[in-house]
Design a protein around this ligand. Structure first.
Ligand code: ATP
Length: 308
């Protein structure tokens, strides 16, 4: 790990050193505070979070078995869904009745998976949309069009700068749909940065990414923290959680059941029980790499025999 990255991880760990390893623990400098948020779908309480604080300037992972309520909670935080009860605050300001695009203007953005429609736009067009859709485009129409064109120029410049940073500049005129899984993830992240956010929320940043690009993606996420941004991500890839998170929040059956630094979370009995209870396919214990290799080889052999 380069010295500057190590330094910022050290600072993040120091900020959290005195925080209790308990659900709802108070943080020294929370950017987000959640109180009694619930969301019900029919008879199912998908989210029921009593109190949660997200520390500023650190990388927090949100993990939990399938159906734990992570995505629903993400949507509630960013205003893409409305809680039945409860309050959430960004920098001390209540987000009740704040529209999703305004939440982005206040500094909280989330990544979106590339939809079918967005796949048919070029990489650069996707980036420009990252800025406009969050601004509320209509404002720039009509008599203010001259202002809009100035804004558009600035947006294009920022988009190109970000594409260079994520090494996607050679692809600016390619359709987004032609990018590889990993390049799509980079584009999703770059697009979120168009609004110069304080808090970046990543939805499964490692899904569909090949091992070669994983390292580069991890580096990009760490560099967001390096620049003072706060990162909150939902992820099933436990290697990523272990490698880059300063703090881990665990959800199960809609509630937060554990919080703490990755090393203590991975050995927490409540967490292990929640995963095992859900028959989740991610094994969070430290598996022996040789054992995995031997299993994989046996599987390949079995397949070969089956095909013979
Ligand atoms: N729009 C909806 N209507 C009805 N039920 C929903 C809706 N969205 C989510 N749910 C249910 O709420 C629960 C929580 O789902 P959610 O997608 O938030 O979990 P998750 O932790 O993100 O799961 P995964 O890791 O599989 O993505 C699940 O039981 C799901 O079926």
């Amino acid at each position: 790990m380069p010295a500057d990255l190590e330094k910022s991880r050290g600072a993040a760990a120091a900020a959290l050193a005195d925080v209790a390893h308990e659900p709802g623990a108070a943080k020294p400098d929370p950017i987000v505070v959640v109180d009694n948020i619930t969301r019900q779908f029919g008879g199912l309480k998908a989210v029921d979070v009593g109190h949660l604080e997200i520390q500023r300037g650190v990388i927090t992972a949100l993990i939990g078995p399938n159906g734990a309520g992570k995505t629903t909670f993400f949507n509630l935080l960013t205003g893409f869904d409305t809680p039945d009860t409860g309050e959430r605050y960004l920098n001390g300001k209540s987000l009740k009745r704040v529209a999703a695009y305004k939440v982005a203007k206040l500094g909280m953005v989330r990544t979106f998976q590339l939809t079918k429609v967005l796949s048919k736009l070029t990489v650069l067009e996707n980036m420009r949309l990252g800025a406009t859709s969050q601004l509320g485009e209509r404002f720039w129409a009509g008599p203010l069009a001259f202002l809009w064109s100035g804004q558009e120029k600035a947006n294009t410049e920022r988009a190109r700068e970000l594409l260079r940073r994520f090494k996607l500049d050679a692809k600016e005129n390619d359709f987004a749909g032609s990018l590889s899984g990993g390049q799509r993830k980079l584009l999703e992240m770059a697009r979120a940065l168009m609004v110069e956010p304080e808090l970046v929320m990543l939805d499964e940043p490692m899904a569909g990414v090949n091992p070669a690009l994983k390292q580069s993606l991890l580096g990009h996420v760490k560099s967001l923290r390096d620049e003072g941004m706060t990162v909150l991500f939902v992820e099933h890839d436990m290697d990523m959680v272990r490698d880059i998170s300063d703090w881990v929040v665990v959800m199960a059956a809609g509630a937060v059941i554990a919080e703490g630094p990755p090393h203590s979370i991975m050995s927490d009995q409540r967490v292990i029980d929640a995963y095992l209870g859900a028959h989740h396919d991610t094994d969070i214990s430290d598996l022996d790499p040789e054992e995995i290799l031997a299993e994989a080889e046996a599987e390949i052999e079995a397949e070969k025999e089956g095909n013979a």
